[in-house]
Design a protein around this ligand. Structure first.
Ligand code: DOR
Length: 426
């Protein structure tokens, strides 16, 4: 077991209170919260907030299948550096996470890496091909609580309705990538003024909103829990706001990049800014922020999507969509928006832990007897992102050269110090 240690002088961020205290950790558990605690090993928390570790609802780890872009180990390390103690692994691997063996493999590789908890999601359809339902009950027995075909949306409304009906019986959540595929063929960016003037094919807001609207209707008729992934448009926020006001069991996430970056960046034709759904307009960004402010948006999730250089560094129409996100999420959220420490902890830890049903171990209050899954972070230090200093195997960060305010100092996973003073210890 790990030697006991103390984190000194941080401001504890709990849902009901914020206060300065030392935190003692031993054998994976918080053993004391108070003043003047001592141990042989001391981590400095002064100037920092200390909360439950972050939980990412949306991480592409690429293993199995695309280990040249990321592995479960390299992605877990990037997660730990970003303050995450749990990440939900997206199912668009090869083979896809539509079967017990692959789900077990992903979870076990996470345990071997030992840097954060890797929580496999399951596919909604076999091979994410949109045709045939996965045996949800079998995967639920394996502990899968979130099902998604992320990377593509489920186009067939009847299949989606049946999937939701089963999900309602099992108590699991369906997470939708909202994109009507027939409206986005060949699209490289948001369909707006910028896109028209560049003369490239566009991805209209309606392609997202139509699926949000359809699925709200299906939730109403089935009573199943639905989580909307990476919402990007003002219209989607309005639809979810109204659905929540009706009391439907719907949750929603936005990514840091949709809060910070806009479609004008594509004028450079740089594929690093190509992402799905695409970067939108200033009005959309304002609406997403308003959604955070009034609770319509529950969580900030990274959609960390590593791509190897030989695929991403191709012309805009050929390059795959996606950008890195784990190591920069806190800094981007804190730089792009005005959020309190408790809002940060809620968006990045408490709410996502609830949505992924991880609250036995994650997203809990800092208190004696609680499992020690902890992030220590500040909202004031300014650092310059360099793609060469990130620990992901891929380099496709859109923030290269950008100054961000706010950074993770230490991450404690299962009572073990996995990141100390911004450096991964394994
Ligand atoms: O930009 C994206 N990249 N959006 C997705 O939905 C999938 C992801 C990926 O897997 O690269």
């Amino acid at each position: 077991m790990n030697a006991p240690f103390v984190i000194k002088g941080a401001t504890i961020v709990n849902p009901d209170a914020m206060f300065v205290a030392d935190v003692a950790i031993s054998n994976g558990i918080i053993t004391a919260v108070g003043e003047a605690l001592e141990a042989d090993l001391v981590l400095d928390g002064t100037g920092c907030y200390l909360s439950s570790g972050f939980v990412d609802l949306h991480t592409h780890l690429r293993e199995p299948g695309k280990e040249e872009a990321e592995t479960i180990e390299s992605g877990s390390r990037a997660a730990a550096l970003g303050g995450y103690t749990a990440v939900v692994a997206m199912p668009n691997t090869d083979p896809a996470q539509d079967n017990v063996a692959t789900v077990r493999f992903v979870r076990d590789q996470g345990v071997k890496a030992g840097l954060c908890e890797v929580v496999p999601s399951g596919c909604i359809t076999i091979g994410r091909l949109g045709k045939q339902m996965v045996p949800y009950a079998r995967l639920a027995e394996e502990g899968v609580t979130l099902f998604t075909d992320d990377g593509t949306g489920v186009q067939d409304a009847l299949l989606m309705q049946r999937a939701l009906a089963i999900a309602a019986q099992l108590g699991v959540t369906m997470a939708q990538h909202c994109e009507v595929a027939s409206m986005t063929k060949g699209a490289v960016m948001h369909d707006g003024e910028c896109c028209s003037s560049m003369g490239v094919p566009g991805w209209p807001s309606e392609a997202e909103e139509k699926m949000v609207q359809r699925d709200i209707g299906l939730v109403r008729s089935t009573g199943a829990k639905m989580h909307f992934l990476h919402l990007s448009t003002a219209g989607s926020v309005s639809l979810v706001r109204a659905a929540k006001a009706e009391g439907l069991p719907i949750t929603a996430e936005v990514t840091p990049h949709h809060l910070a970056l806009h479609d004008e960046l594509l004028r450079s034709f740089d594929p690093v800014f190509k992402v799905n759904p695409p970067l939108r307009t200033a009005e959309d960004i304002e609406a997403l922020k308003a959604g955070i402010a009034d609770g319509t948006i529950d969580a900030v999730a990274t959609d960390h999507a590593p791509h190897a250089g030989h695929t991403k560094e191709q012309p805009l129409d050929v390059a795959p969509p996606g950008m890195l996100g784990l190591e920069t999420a806190l800094g981007v959220l804190n730089t792009a928006t005005v959020v309190s420490p408790q809002q940060i902890a809620s968006l990045m830890s408490w709410a996502p832990a609830r949505i992924a049903e991880l609250t036995e171990r994650h997203g809990r209050s800092i208190a004696v007897g609680e499992p020690a899954n902890i992030a220590v972070w500040d909202t004031t230090s300014v650092w310059t992102v360099s793609r060469d200093n990130l620990s992901s195997k891929s380099r496709n960060t859109p923030y290269h050269g950008m100054d961000l305010r706010g950074r993770v100092r230490h991450t404690i996973f299962n009572g073990e110090i996995v990141v100390r003073d911004g450096k991964a210890l394994k």
